[in-house]
Design a protein around this ligand. Structure first.
Ligand SMILES: [Zn+2]
Length: 267
């Protein structure tokens, strides 16, 4: 009797101990499972469900030659464009587009045919001031092309298409109604003594081209079509094309390092 009681006591003790061990093991196993990704990051081949898939950073993607994709919800209005980057469906009545008081003319935002303001006197005065400052450091800047009417742009674009073909022309010359020169606020700038470099990327490598990049914003201008931004601006790098925005806005755009489209948040 006494012996069996002792045995039973022993058995109870055994059950309690083994239960505790089992419980302990269960806790360990559950714990390991719950934190498996943290504990074994390299062996966790599959992504856990709540981890978003790795997305390459825009810089990495650009290096790979891919365009960075922006989530759809951030750009509710996607404008359909043709091979030249021009919007396919233009509104029946075209109105000039102003964003925060800034006139925008690009392949998505055309100007009406009768938008014919002529050269902006304010922009011209700012250019003259800038040219004077450049002269002090020995650079003679000239604005060899400024305001262009719709009709003049028609002639110019047609000539370029005849010379280089439509595809090539669309990269450096705007179709009529889509040129920033029609705003009266854009200048093509070069050096008086280096006419051979007008309208070339090489101008950007010269002291004059570099001086403009560094200083134009002080006079209200920005380099409108920077290198590597063709997918945003619609035009290839134009070391010579500057847009007048006024000193305050030009300084902000310059500081931001963005194109005008990116700065204003428009296509
Ligand atoms: Zn231009």
């Amino acid at each position: 009797m006494r012996k069996s009681r002792v045995n039973q006591h022993k058995n109870n003790k055994l059950i309690i101990i083994s239960s505790s061990i089992i419980m302990f093991l269960v806790v360990i196993v559950v714990g390991i499972y719950a934190y498996k990704d943290t504990l074994f990051p390299s062996t966790a081949g599959e992504q856990s469900v709540d981890t978003p898939p790795a997305v390459a950073q825009p810089n990495e993607m650009e290096e790979n030659g891919e365009k960075p994709t922006t989530p759809q919800e951030e750009r509710p209005e996607v404008i359909e464009v043709d091979a030249g980057g021009y919007r396919i469906e233009t509104p029946e009545v075209i109105e000039p587009t102003y964003v925060d008081g800034i006139l925008i003319a690009n392949k998505k935002h055309p100007l009406p045919k009768d938008f014919n303001p002529g050269e902006s006197p304010e922009a011209r005065a700012a250019f003259e001031q800038m040219a004077m400052a450049a002269k002090e450091v020995g650079l003679e800047l000239v604005a060899f092309s400024g305001f262009r009417s719709y009709d003049y742009q028609t002639t110019l674009y047609t000539n370029y298409v005849n010379r280089d073909g439509k595809e090539a022309a669309d990269r450096y010359s705007a179709r009529p109604g889509y040129s920033e020169h029609q705003t009266g606020l854009a200048f093509d700038i070069g050096e008086n003594s280096r006419q051979d470099l007008w309208l070339t990327a090489e101008f950007g490598e010269t002291p004059a081209g570099k001086w403009l990049v560094d200083n134009a914003h002080k006079y209200g201008f920005i380099l409108r079509f920077p290198e590597g931004k063709e997918d945003v601006t619609g035009f290839m790098y134009e070391s010579w094309h500057f847009r007048y925005l006024g000193v305050e806005t030009a300084a902000k755009v310059k500081k931001s390092g963005l194109t005008l489209e990116e700065y204003l948040g428009v296509e």
